[in-house]
Design a protein around this ligand. Structure first.
Ligand code: FES
Length: 384
C-alpha cells in the first residue's frame, strides 16, 4: 500500500486487510488524520549524523545513567554490609552506625535522580519534538478500537525509532546498568532485613534461640539488675526490694561485665533483655495456676515474664494490680498473671514467656537459666 493509498483512506476507514498491510509511516499519518491531528513540524533531532554535539549529548546521558547505576550498587552494598546495629553514643562504631540511614537515602536518591535526569535528557535531546495541532473531541466511553491501537503503536514506535535508541549502544548499556542496579536495590530493600541464618551459632546468646539471660558457661550466675539510667551503676535486686503487688522491669547482669561499659550498656539495648519481675500479693499467690512443665519457674510470690509482647513485640508495660493483668498498649492484649501470663483478651495468642528464677546464697534474685521458649513474636521454627 503506497502513501497515496493511505491518503485515500482520509475519508473512510481502511479495511482490516488494508490496515494489516500499512507500514509505520502510513499508520502514523492515518492516526493523525483520525484524531484530527495536524503535524505542523516534525523535525529530525539530529539531521546531520555523528556531529560532536550529538556525541557529547550521548555521553552526557550515559554519564547520568552510569552515576545512577553506581549509586544503585552502592545502595545494595550499604543495605547489606553497612554496620547497622545500634551503637550508643560513645561506643566504638557510633559514627558509622549514625551514617547508615543517610547512606541509604543518598544512594537511593542518587539512583532515582540519575535515572530520571538521564531519561529526561534523552527525551529532550533525541526524541523528536513535533509541533502538532489537534481538534478536541470527546470519547464515547467504548474503549479504543483496533485502528486507534494500531496507529498509536505506530506513533510510539516512530518516536522510538526517530530517537535513534537502537543504534545508541552507549546509552542503552548505561541505561540498562542504572535500571538493573535500581531494580536490584528495590528487590533487596524488603529482603535485606531477612538475611540472617537462624541456625548460625544456635547456642550463642545472640542467636534467635537464646536471650541475654542465657548463662555463657555452666554455673554462670545471671543476676537481675535495676535500670537506673546509668549502665555503670549496678544495682542488684533482692526479694525485699519489691513490695507485694509491685512490678519492676529488670535486666540481666553477669560479673564478667563489671567494669566493661560497652557490655554493660549493650545489655540494655537488646530487645529480649527486659523482664517484668512481679511480686504477687500473698492472697493472689494462693490462686495461681501454673503452666505445665514450668511449675518451679517462680520463687515464692515472685514471677518473671518477658516484657516483649507475644503479638508483635511491643513492650507490655501496664500492670493492673487489682486484677493481676498485664496490658500491652499497642493492641490492648491482656495477660493474666495468675495463669502463667496467658492471653485473655486482644490479638495475642501465646502466653508471655516465663523466666525461671530463684534467690542465690547471697540473697539476690537470679535467673535459673534462659527462657525455654522464644520471646515475643516468634519465628517460623518455634516450638510451643
Ligand atoms: S503488640 Fe501487644 S497487643 Fe499487639
Amino acid at each position: 500500500m503506497s502513501s497515496e493509498d493511505s491518503e485515500d483512506t482520509a475519508g473512510r476507514l481502511p479495511s482490516e486487510a488494508e490496515l494489516a498491510e500499512m507500514n509505520r509511516d502510513q499508520l502514523l499519518k492515518l492516526g493523525g488524520q483520525l484524531d484530527g491531528v495536524e503535524l505542523v513540524d516534525y523535525p529530525e533531532p539530529w539531521p546531520v549524523k555523528g556531529t560532536r554535539a550529538e556525541k557529547r549529548a550521548e555521553r552526557l546521558i550515559a554519564l547520568w545513567f552510569t552515576i545512577a547505576g553506581l549509586a544503585g550498587l552502592a545502595f545494595v552494598v550499604g543495605l547489606i554490609w553497612w554496620p547497622w546495629q545500634y551503637k550508643a553514643p560513645g561506643q566504638s562504631g557510633t559514627f558509622l552506625y549514625s551514617l547508615y540511614t543517610p547512606v541509604l537515602g543518598v544512594t537511593l536518591g542518587l539512583t532515582i535522580l540519575g535515572l530520571g535526569v538521564g531519561i529526561l535528557l534523552y527525551t529532550k535531546k533525541f526524541v523528536p519534538q513535533e509541533l502538532a495541532i489537534q481538534e478536541r473531541h470527546d470519547g464515547e466511553g467504548k474503549g479504543s478500537p483496533e485502528i486507534d491501537k494500531k496507529t498509536i503503536v505506530a506513533h510510539l514506535e516512530d518516536a522510538g525509532s526517530r530517537s535513534t535508541i537502537a543504534r545508541r549502544s552507549l546509552v542503552k548499556r548505561s541505561m540498562g546498568f542504572a535500571g538493573g542496579a535500581l531494580g536490584l536495590g528495590l528487590i533487596g530493600l524488603p529482603v535485606a532485613s531477612f538475611i540472617k541464618d537462624p541456625w548460625k551459632d544456635s547456642n550463642g546468646p545472640d542467636s534467635l534461640w537464646h536471650t541475654a539471660w542465657q548463662p555463657q558457661y555452666p554455673g554462670e550466675v545471671v543476676y537481675m539488675r535495676r535500670n537506673t539510667g546509668r549502665p555503670e551503676d549496678i544495682v542488684l535486686l533482692r526479694p525485699e526490694d519489691l513490695d507485694a503487688g509491685g512490678l519492676e522491669t529488670v535486666f540481666p547482669f553477669r560479673e564478667s561485665e563489671r567494669g566493661n561499659p560497652e557490655a554493660l550498656s549493650a545489655v540494655f539495648l537488646r530487645s529480649d533483655s527486659p523482664v517484668m519481675l512481679i511480686r504477687l500479693r500473698p492472697e493472689d499467690a494462693l490462686r495461681v495456676v501454673k503452666r505445665k512443665g514450668q511449675e518451679d519457674f517462680n520463687f515464692g510470690e515472685y514471677y518473671a515474664y518477658t516484657k516483649v509482647c507475644s503479638h508483635v513485640g511491643c513492650p507490655v508495660s501496664l500492670y493492673e494490680q487489682r486484677t493481676n493483668r498485664l496490658l500491652c498498649p499497642c493492641h490492648q492484649s491482656q495477660f493474666d498473671v495468675l495463669q502463667y501470663a496467658k492471653p485473655i483478651f486482644g490479638p495475642a495468642t501465646r502466653a508471655l514467656a516465663q523466666l525461671p528464677i530463684t534467690v542465690n546464697d547471697e540473697g539476690y534474685l537470679v535467673a535459673r537459666g534462659d527462657f525455654i521458649e522464644p520471646v515475643g513474636p516468634a519465628f517460623w521454627e518455634r516450638k510451643q
